[in-house]
Design a protein around this ligand. Structure first.
Ligand code: C2E
Ligand code: CA
Ligand code: CA
Ligand code: CA
Length: 275
């Protein structure tokens, strides 16, 4: 029994070290990618439902790996969060998105909000407001043009700190959006205590419209709540005209989704803008 126990233990440590090695090499590759600017942002249009115009875009990160090609964020962001590398990677994304938005404005394209996703590590980084202020100064983007997307789970259990931190960001002139709204199981009370401007309805509530009555009730309910609280509401993952019709009928302000466009490289997004 003892020998068997030892074997099990050996097996376990071997498995651990394989996992640890995989992480170490991923960490090395991500650091390398950061140093050599191997990340790119794609931009997905955000469309105003009433006018049909592009009023903003969400910047979405991809890793351009020489071996694997464009790696989607789902495959490296969880690890980047765990290792803390999300802080410098996220800062690169913020800088890059602000610079791009400033260039589009300089080129005379219609005014545009740019939305950037923030991770928990970034939100709670003491220097975040200073870092953002430096990026806005360096790029010349007015703070009003930048939206930061946060999730409910980042705030859950830290409501007092969130009041302070989001207040700092809001007082700089930025707009704050709650991403994946409805998936965080949080109490709704934070909505009245925090300086939030936008709710983004998670795509899981949009996907099965109009087949799923419950999802329609939830999406409709979120829109009604947003309107009562005087928040703007954006729907994500809109893929069909039937989904858009339903959301429009409920009073949703704007949407993103494959129905209008997938996230695009900057040059292609620009073509869409100047149409
Ligand atoms: P998210 O913020 O919820 O972004 C929306 C995701 O839905 C994007 O996936 C987008 O490509 C996808 N999408 C857009 N329209 C449709 C549609 O009509 N149908 C479907 N099925 N999907 C659609 P993506 O680009 O793979 O990003 C995944 C997640 O990675 C994002 O989810 C966000 O949480 C995270 N992420 C992306 N960029 C960054 C970043 O710069 N920083 C951080 N911290 N996270 C990021
Ligand atoms: Ca987002
Ligand atoms: Ca989302
Ligand atoms: Ca999501």
């Amino acid at each position: 029994a003892k020998a068997q126990g030892r074997n099990t233990y050996r097996f376990f440590t071997d498995a651990m070290s394989a996992e640890a090695q995989r992480h170490l090499s991923l960490e090395r590759r991500l650091r390398h990618a950061l140093e050599h600017e191997r990340f790119v942002l794609h931009y997905q249009p955000q469309v105003d439902i009433a006018s049909g115009r592009i009023v903003g875009c969400e910047a979405l990160l991809r890793w351009n790996d020489p071996d694997e090609g464009l790696v989607p964020p789902g495959r490296f962001i969880p690890f980047a969060e765990e290792s803390g590398l999300i802080v410098p990677i996220g800062e690169w994304a913020l800088h890059s998105a602000c610079l791009q938005a400033r260039r589009w404005a300089d080129a005379g394209l219609p005014p545009l909000q740019v939305s950037v996703n923030l991770s928990a590590r970034q939100l709670w980084q003491a220097e975040l407001p200073d870092r953002i202020a430096a990026i806005l100064k360096a790029t010349g983007l007015p703070p009003q043009a930048l939206d930061l997307e946060l999730t409910e789970s980042m705030i859950m259990g830290h409501e007092a700190q969130a009041v302070e931190r989001l207040g700092q960001l809001r007082s700089m002139g930025l707009r704050l959006a709650i991403d994946d709204f409805g998936t965080g199981y949080s109490s709704l009370s934070y909505l009245k205590n925090l300086p939030i401007e936008v709710l983004k309805i998670d795509q899981s509530f949009v996907r099965n419209i109009p087949q799923d009555r419950n999802d329609m009730e939830i999406a409709g309910g979120i829109i009604a709540l947003a309107r009562k609280l005087n928040l703007a509401v954006t729907a994500e993952g809109v893929e069909t005209a039937a989904q858009l019709d339903f959301l429009a009928g409920q009073g949703c302000d704007s949407y993103q989704g494959y129905l209008f466009s997938r996230p695009l490289p900057a040059a292609e997004f620009e073509k869409l803008l100047s149409r």
